[in-house]
Write a protein that binds this ligand. Structure first.
Ligand code: ADP
Ligand code: MG
Length: 425
C-alpha cells in the first residue's frame, strides 16, 4: 500500500482521540498543524491550540522510506519503535535533557512528544556564534548517565544482553556502516566533493594505508563492541538548546554499540564548527578567535566532564553494591585494582572517541550528508581550505588516537591545524 502523509485534519482528529494528548492541547480545541521536518528521514509536525498557542506538541512519523531521497530509498517504519524506546529509556535516565513522550503508536509509526518551544537546533546557534553557558555540563551529564546505565558496569549480565538484543537496529546501523565508515573512503557515487577540494585530499582518503586501517578498526568496533545503548546520531542537529536548557532529540539510530561513538559524534561536530568558524566568524570583519576558543573549551569540558561523571557513577554504584562492576575486579579491598582498571578503561574509551571523531568529520566533508557549518560557506576556495584542514585533523586523530595523551593535546592539534597555512593535502 502506498504511504500517504496524514492530512492536518486527520492528524488533529487523531490527537483529540488520545485522552492524554487531548488534555494537553485543550479539549476539542481547534488545532493548527505545521509540518516542520528539516531532518533527513521523517515527517515532523508542530500541533498547537489556535487559541492558546503554548498548548502544543510535536508529532513525528516515520514514512516507509528515507525522506531525503524519497521512495527510491525504502526503510522499514519499525525504526520508530527504536526511537520511542530510546526516548523513553534516555528520558528515564535524564528527564531534563530528553523530550517527554506523551504517546506512541506502533501501527502508525508515530510519536507525540514534548514541544521544545523556546529552543533551537544547536548547529544553527553555533553557526550564529551564540555562547551557551550550560551546554557542556549538560552534555557531559547526558553522556555519562546514558552510557553508564546501559552497560555491564550497571546492569546485570542477563538484563544487559536482553537490552542489547532489543536494541538490534540493523537497518539504521547499515546506513552508518556505509555512509560513515565505508563510502567516504571509496570512489562511491553517493560521495559529494566540493568543487575546489584538491584531488590529492580525495586520493589520500582512498589510498593512505594507516588511515584506511584506522577507519576499518573503528568500523569493527562500531559493529562488534556492544557496550551500551547509544543515541547513534549525536550531532549538533540532534540537540536543541537555549541559554538554560539542552535537549537531545532524534535517537532513531539507537543500538548497542561502543561508548566512544556518541562522545565522538558530539566532539566531531564542535570541531567542524571550530574549523568553519574561520569563515563564519569573519563575516562583517569580525574576529573569529574568541568564539573558536569557546568551541574548543566545549570539547575539553564535554570530555572532562563526561569522564569525571562517568567515573563518579561507577564508583558510587560500586560502593553501594548496586552495580555489577565488581564482577570485573572482584576481591580488591584497597580499590587499587579497580582504580587501575578504571584508568585503563577511560584511556581506551578516549582513543575510541578520537577515532570516531575522525570518522564523523570525514563523512561530513566528502560523504552524502553534509553539515550547514560547511555547506553554507559560499566562497569555494575558502570552503575547500577549511575542508582540507578538517580532513588533515581527522586523519591525525584516527592514526594517532592511541598516542594522543589527553584532550588538551587534541585541542592544541586543532589550533595548530587551523593556523597552518599549508593546505596541500
Ligand atoms: P529526522 O529524524 O527526520 O532527522 P528530527 O527528529 O531531527 O527528524 O526532527 C526534525 C526537526 O524537527 C528538528 O531539526 C527540529 O527542528 C524539529 N523538532 C524535532 N523534535 C522537536 C521537539 N521535540 N520540539 C521542537 N522541535 C522539534
Ligand atoms: Mg535528525
Amino acid at each position: 500500500m502506498e504511504f500517504e502523509a496524514l492530512t492536518s485534519s486527520e492528524l488533529a482528529a487523531y490527537l483529540h482521540r488520545i485522552p492524554a494528548v487531548n488534555a494537553l492541547l485543550g479539549d476539542d480545541s481547534e488545532l493548527e498543524v505545521v509540518e516542520v521536518g528539516d531532518g533527513n528521514l521523517n515527517y515532523v509536525y508542530f500541533v498547537s491550540n489556535v487559541q492558546v498557542p503554548q498548548q502544543s506538541v510535536v508529532v513525528k512519523q516515520a514514512p516507509p522510506f528515507l525522506r531525503l531521497v524519497g521512495e527510491a530509498w525504502p526503510l522499514t517504519r519499525q525504526r520508530m519503535e527504536h526511537e520511542v524506546a530510546a526516548l523513553r529509556r534516555f528520558g528515564a535516565l535524564c528527564p531534563q535533557h530528553v523530550p517527554q513522550v506523551y504517546h506512541a503508536d506502533s501501527e502508525l509509526f508515530l510519536v507525540v512528544m514534548q514541544r521544545l518551544a523556546s529552543h533551537r537546533i544547536l548547529r544553527r546557534g553555533l553557526i550564529d556564534g551564540i555562547v551557551y553557558p550550560k551546554l557542556a555540563g549538560h552534555m557531559a551529564t547526558y553522556l555519562a548517565r546514558t552510557l553508564f546505565y546501559g552497560s555491564d558496569l550497571f546492569l546485570d549480565a542477563e538484563a544487559k544482553k536482553e537490552a542489547a538484543r532489543a536494541g538490534i537496529n540493523s537497518e539504521l546501523c547499515k546506513i552508518t556502516e556505509e555512509l560513515v565508515f565505508t563510502f567516504p573512503f571509496e570512489g562511491h557515487p553517493s560521495n559529494v566533493y566540493s568543487e575546489a577540494l584538491p584531488k590529492a585530499a580525495i586520493e589520500r582518503l582512498r589510498h593512505h594505508v594507516p588511515l584506511r586501517v584506522a577507519v576499518a578498526q573503528m568500523k569493527w568496533a562500531f559493529m562488534n563492541h556492544a557496550e551500551t545503548l547509544l543515541h547513534g546520531d549525536l550531532h549538533t542537529g540532534s540537540i536543541m538548546v537555549n541559554q538554560d536548557e539542552s535537549y537531545v532529540i532524534d535517537p532513531e539510530f539507537a543500538f548497542y554499540g561502543p561508548m566512544g561513538f556518541d562522545v565522538g559524534a558530539l566532539l566531531a561536530n564542535f570541531l567542524l564548527a571550530f574549523f568553519s568558524r574561520e569563515w563564519h566568524g569573519r563575516v562583517d570583519g569580525a574576529d573569529p578567535r574568541p568564539y573558536q576558543s569557546w568551541l574548543l573549551k566545549q570539547v575539553v569540558e564535554v570530555w572532562n566532564g563526561f569522564a569525571a561523571q562517568f567515573l563518579g557513577l561507577w564508583r558510587e554504584h560500586e560502593n553501594t553494591g548496586g552495580a555489577n562492576s565488581w564482577h570485573f575486579i572482584g576481591d580488591d579491598p584497597s580499590h587499587e585494582c579497580a582504580e587501575a582498571f578504571r584508568a585503563a578503561f577511560i584511556r581506551r574509551l578516549f582513543a575510541d572517541t578520537l577515532g570516531f571523531t575522525g570518522c564523523k568529520m570525514i563523512r561530513r566533508i566528502v560523504g552524502m550528508a553534509k553539515v550547514a557549518d560547511i555547506t553554507s560557506i559560499p566562497d569555494a576556495a575558502a570552503r575547500a581550505a577549511i575542508e582540507v584542514r578538517c580532513l588533515q585533523f581527522a586523519e591525525t586523530l584516527l592514526v594517532q588516537r592511541e598516542a594522543l595523551m589527553g584532550i588538551e593535546e587534541v585541542v592544541e592539534l586543532a589550533t595548530a591545524t587551523q593556523l597552518s597555512r599549508e593546505v596541500d593535502a
